[in-house]
Design a protein. Structure first.
Length: 233
């Protein structure tokens, strides 16, 4: 099972989005996403609604092949690796490029998403991904990471709310459960702040630094999310 994570790479990379820039015009009287292009051969476009994945602070987007360098640096963060699963062995840039290229071009399956958090400056500041989907029970889990240089800005909490609203209001899931190791206090505080409830503890199931640690489980139902954040957007 993939673990919830809080630390990421110590360096970030600006994510190129071609010649297009995006201006959001969303207020009480207008919900228009206007796409403005610097290419004179392409007309200005507008859609009736804002991008669902655009928050106030970050945009959730798909992985691009150009993200390989950021992921290579991400894999060098040993503390982040511990909070996810275990201390990983080194991974080559060639292998990282191959993974990034494959991830960027494959279609999502079984509601498994791997998304980049992009800030207003176009920087990749973190990731959020889903796993453990059970359609019959309507449950799922996710992992989240924020670059250590971009923590404390509310990116993680906004990404969680965007993702949960999609799974609850669009895909019909009814419960999310997130595993967090007990030695990850930042993640514990994050999920308590977002509104998760501590539901249980598995003792001595993680091993690192020569010690055994417990795994905590935080959960939120669709009804609890709706009461706190609303399902409509």
């Amino acid at each position: 099972m993939r673990r919830e994570k809080v630390l990421t790479t110590k360096s970030t990379k600006k994510c190129q989005r071609g010649s297009n820039t995006y201006l959001m015009q969303c207020n009480s009287t207008s919900r228009i996403e206007k796409k403005v292009t610097t290419n004179k051969d392409k007309p200005e476009q507008a859609t009736a609604n804002c991008n669902f994945w655009q928050g106030e602070k970050i945009l959730l987007r798909a992985v691009e092949p150009e993200d390989a360098e950021a992921f290579f640096n991400f894999n060098l963060d040993s503390e982040m690796a511990r909070t996810i699963d275990f201390l990983w062995p080194p991974k080559s840039m060639a292998a990282t490029r191959e993974w990034t290229q494959r991830t960027a071009t494959e279609e999502p399956k079984d509601d498994r998403l791997f998304l980049i958090m992009e800030d207003k400056q176009g920087l990749a500041v973190g990731t959020i991904s889903t796993h453990g989907m059970n359609r019959r029970a309507g449950t799922f889990a996710y992992g989240i990471s924020v670059d250590i240089g971009h923590r404390g800005h509310g990116y993680a909490s906004e990404a969680i709310v965007l993702l949960l609203r999609y799974f609850f209001a669009e895909l019909g899931y009814q419960k999310v459960t997130v595993p967090v190791y007990e030695f990850n206090p930042a993640s514990i505080r994050l999920h308590e702040k977002v509104g998760f409830q501590l539901e249980g503890r598995l003792r001595r199931v993680a091993y690192t630094r020569g010690q055994y640690y417990d795994e905590l489980f935080f959960g939120m139902t669709r009804e609890e999310f709706a009461e706190r954040y609303g399902l409509d957007r």
